[in-house]
Ligand binder design. Structure first.
Ligand code: GTP
Ligand code: SPV
Ligand code: MN
Length: 599
């Protein structure tokens, strides 16, 4: 068997840092992750032996595993997440800030000897294709095999990354320890000036897979501002017409608001005859640069999905079901004694003999002592799968240059107010639409569910610097790019009087995308409203979808009085962002008010 304790690199910056971190965390041994199947299999076996993961039924779920996180560690903890830069103003009003020295000192106490009796794994990873000039290299040190196995799916990993890094010091230093999982001592710390991330006392997804939200959004957004590009919480998908033309859109929705689903949509029956084909590039993160052709080009820096399980089934998202059929790690779903998994809104019945996400015997319909239904899977339970297993995975995934973006789409969960779709009046109005986004809180983060909060660009928890400066950066990008994409807003979640969703969503969303692309080309029918262009009654192709006319009216309705209240709320939000708020967005707010009073 290979001796994985032998260093895989002679990079002296890397060696010095690992030595220092090991002297702090005191692991029993250090193991280098080379990216081989042999090593992955050995790690899977070891984690099964210790109970960290459970092998699933090899016939029903080949090469797939089950994991439960600590009951108090099941979503990102935004209140324990900090930007640690020298000046507080650089973190801005929306981020938690800590002075870097104090943050290091405090967290060092939590990391001290935290790996005693454990192994420290060295995981080299590349966000973006290995060796591409647009990619970023990171190295994560972790004491969790679960984290290693997830990283092997989520990113391009292993020896090849180290070979590309060579002797360079240009890599993000990511340190993670589960430590004791004490929520009080949990810290997710970002040091953008040191290109460093420290995460301690968590074992959950976005807190610990440090290439994802921590590097590819918080640290990368800081870098992107300095280097003139964008790091965004966006899916990317391509829509191919029968003539072979493919147009790409990038869409920002807050956590658990439909990115994964839209990224892999299946055209609905009624539109099948149009012969569209969907290409999935990414479901969560987009790195976007202006290029010499005046357009914005996007890559997905990730290589896997960490998708929400509840609600996923072969009707809502058949592509995700195929993607998850093998080589998948399921976290916090229901586990059947027969080695199968289940979640609310899954295909078929729950397994007869089952344990819920807390490991308790469970069956559907169980009630707690207050008579409330006990769900088997946690609302934020997830599945980690390789992107390449997606039937619609794009042929351009590994292309360093990415894809040109024709339209940006913003959206969130609004049970009222926002119509199904509208188009902004131009770039700075588009930036205003992104900056004033709001959505109901979901189980992807701790906090009160359902409460509407402002979540600009779906980046509230992920922007690594001052939000007002970020808005200005977006304004500037539109000045650098001669042909920036048109900007749209969608809402799949408007509810009717009986509180049910008015719009069927999922695959049917293609009807909206079709209009978006028409508008991006200067076609498509629209009427002007105070908030932007809205489709005319006959603009969306509704072939094969029966929706009562009053439902369609309600979906496209713009309620002036409600929007006046919204404008007041947006103003309060802008005021809260401090003195860097760009005047362009103040002007846009003024323009919206003017139109609301005059139209
Ligand atoms: P993150 O991974 O947290 O960033 O989330 P995401 O934006 O990728 O969300 P995802 O696509 O996983 O969807 C989250 C939940 O919204 C799931 O329960 C879906 O079933 C549901 N959902 C997605 N698209 C639609 C839609 O068009 N209509 C409705 N009603 N629900 C949807
Ligand atoms: C999100 O919450 O937006 C996610 C899941 O995509 S996590 O990786 O936990 O951030
Ligand atoms: Mn996300």
């Amino acid at each position: 068997m290979t001796d994985w304790t032998q260093p895989l690199s002679t990079n002296r910056h890397l060696a010095t840092w690992i030595e220092e971190m090991a002297a702090l965390c005191l692991p029993d041994q250090i193991v280098w992750i080379d990216g081989s199947d042999e090593q992955r299999d050995a790690l899977r076996e070891e984690a099964c032996r210790t109970g960290e993961i459970t092998a699933l039924n090899p016939e029903k779920h080949p090469d797939s595993y089950y994991h439960r996180t600590h009951p108090l560690d099941v979503a990102r903890t935004e209140d324990k997440t900090f930007i640690c830069c020298r000046r507080e103003a650089d973190a801005g009003a929306t981020n938690n800030w800590k002075n870097p020295e104090e943050a290091y000192t405090e967290a060092a106490n939590f990391f001290r000897a935290s790996m005693r009796g454990r192994t420290m794994y060295v995981v080299p990873f590349s966000m973006g294709p290995i060796g591409s000039p647009f990619s970023k290299v990171g190295v994560e040190l972790t004491d969790s095999i679960y984290v290693v196995l997830n990283m092997l799916i989520m990113c391009r990993t292993g020896k090849q990354v180290l070979d590309t890094l060579g002797s360079s010091n240009d890599f993000t230093r990511c340190l993670h320890s589960k430590a004791s999982l004490d929520p009080e001592k949990r810290r997710i710390l970002h040091f953008p000036e040191d290109n460093t991330i420290w995460s301690v006392n968590s074992g959950y997804g976005g807190n610990v897979l440090l290439g994802k939200k921590c590097l590819a959004l918080r640290i990368a957004s800081w870098m992107a501002r300095q280097e003139g590009w964008l790091a965004e919480h966006m899916l990317i998908l391509g829509i191919e017409e029968p003539n072979g033309r493919i147009e790409y859109v990038a869409a920002a929705f807050p956590s658990a608001c439909g990115k994964t689903n839209l990224a892999m949509l299946i055209p609905p029956e009624g539109l099948k005859s149009k012969g569209y084909r969907i290409w999935t590039i990414g479901d969560d993160i987009a790195w976007i640069r202006p290029d010499t052709d005046g357009r914005l080009w996007a890559v997905n820096p990730e290589y896997g999905f960490f998708g929400v399980a509840p609600g996923t089934n072969s009707k809502t998202n058949p592509s995700m079901m195929t993607t998850m059929a093998k080589n998948t790690i399921f976290t916090n779903v229901v586990l059947g004694k027969d080695g199968t998994v289940w979640w609310e809104g899954c295909d078929g019945d729950a397994p007869a003999d089952a344990l819920d996400w807390l490991g308790r015997p469970w069956h559907p319909g169980m009630k707690d002592k207050d008579g409330k239904e006990i769900l088997g899977a946690h609302g934020n339970s997830r599945a980690t799968s390789p992107l390449r297993q997606c039937p619609s995975a794009s042929f351009r995934l590994d292309h360093h240059h990415g894809v040109p973006i024709s339209a940006f789409i913003f959206g969130g969960r609004r049970n009222a107010l926002a119509p199904l779709v509208y188009e902004s009046y131009g770039w700075s109005h588009g930036v205003f639409v992104g900056a004033s986004m709001a959505s109901e809180r979901t189980s992807a983060q701790y906090g009160k569910q359902g409460e509407v909060r402002r979540d600009p660009f779906a980046m509230l928890p992920f922007c690594g610097y001052n939000m007002a400066d970020y808005f200005k950066h977006w304004i500037n990008i539109g000045r650098i790019a001669k042909h920036p994409p048109k900007v749209f807003h969608v809402n799949w979640f408007r509810r009717g009087k009986d509180n049910s969703f008015l719009w069927p969503g999922y695959g049917e969303n293609l009807r909206v995308l079709e209009w978006v692309l028409q508008r991006a080309r200067g076609e498509g029918e629209a009427r002007e409203t105070p908030i932007g262009y809205v489709p005319t009654d006959s603009a969306l192709d509704m072939t094969g979808l029966e929706l009562a006319p009053d439902i369609m009216d309600e979906l496209l309705r713009v309620d002036n009085d409600a929007w006046k209240e919204e404008a007041a709320d947006i103003e309060k939000f802008f005021d809260s962002l401090g003195p860097h708020m760009p005047w362009e967005l103040r002007n846009e707010l003024e323009g919206l008010r003017h139109r609301l009073n005059g139209m």
